[in-house]
Design a protein around this ligand. Structure first.
Ligand code: TMP
Length: 238
């Protein structure tokens, strides 16, 4: 399958059409942004690492019965995916308080939450991706169907259980992560976008060392070393 024209460029990926109108190719970029693109950078090889990590996680989730857009990995930086219409909600799941949750509610970083928290953010850069609830989703006409919102939450919780178990075996704590879902031509809702250290937070199980995009957000050191460490742990023994 070959790339045709670019149909979308986001902060971390480019999306290309293919000869099959139901399939797209996603290219993982080396670019890095944080704080709604106020901070920008680039790390050679980052796209390839995220491509491998995302591929591995999508395969894992599919093997547990979670429908995703992922079809196959084409090369170091490209994956073939089903074409979907992205639902403009960033679904965030949190197991441990940090980031914007700690800032917004004053919960100390590192506090283990009494249950996994699922939040919705409206995917709109011009508004800075504000937090929203089910009623906002209906007012914004993202969907009028409560069952679709419940489906997003239940899928996110299932993904959390699968990934938490998987990562802890690799000596990584899954702190929080962001998911995006899309609708296929047939109207099915599938997990889309990417799942990588750009969109998740991983802390070392023993030292709590941050091994994700917080290395870039907070200038904590060499991002590639951290991402490679995650990839090495995930692929060890495979
Ligand atoms: P937050 O604490 O900054 O709200 O981030 C929560 C999780 O969502 C964290 O794992 C990073 C991820 N995330 C993204 O993937 N994209 C974003 O634009 C933001 C703000 C967070």
């Amino acid at each position: 399958m070959k790339k045709q024209e670019m149909i979308y460029e986001g902060k971390g990926k480019k999306i290309f059409s293919t000869e099959n109108e139901r399939l797209i190719i996603a290219e993982f970029k080396d670019d890095l942004t944080a704080f709604n693109a106020e901070k920008k950078g680039s790390q050679s090889g980052k796209g390839a690492i995220n491509c491998q990590i995302s591929s591995l996680i999508f395969k894992l989730l599919q093997s547990h019965g979670i429908p995703t857009h992922y079809e196959e990995t084409l090369d170091a930086t490209h994956i073939l995916c089903q074409k979907v219409e992205i639902i403009p909600i960033e679904v965030v799941v949190r197991n441990v308080a940090t980031g914007s949750l700690s800032k917004r509610l004053g919960i100390q970083e590192g506090t283990i939450l009494p249950f996994s928290l699922v939040e919705f953010y409206y995917k709109d850069d011009s508004l800075g991706d504000p937090i929203i609830n089910d009623e906002h989703c209906k007012i914004l006409n993202i969907t009028q169907k409560q069952e679709e919102l419940e489906f997003l939450k239940s899928q996110a919780r299932k993904v959390n259980e699968i990934l938490k178990d998987f990562f802890i075996q690799k000596n990584l704590k899954l702190i929080d992560f962001k998911l995006e879902f899309g609708k296929t031509k047939d109207g099915n809702i599938v997990l889309a976008d990417e799942i990588s250290p750009d969109s998740c937070r991983f802390w070392d199980k023993d030292t709590n060392q941050k091994l994700d995009k917080d290395v870039f957000r907070q200038d904590l050191g060499d991002l590639k070393v951290a991402y490679e460490e995650v990839l090495n742990r995930l692929t060890k023994g495979l």
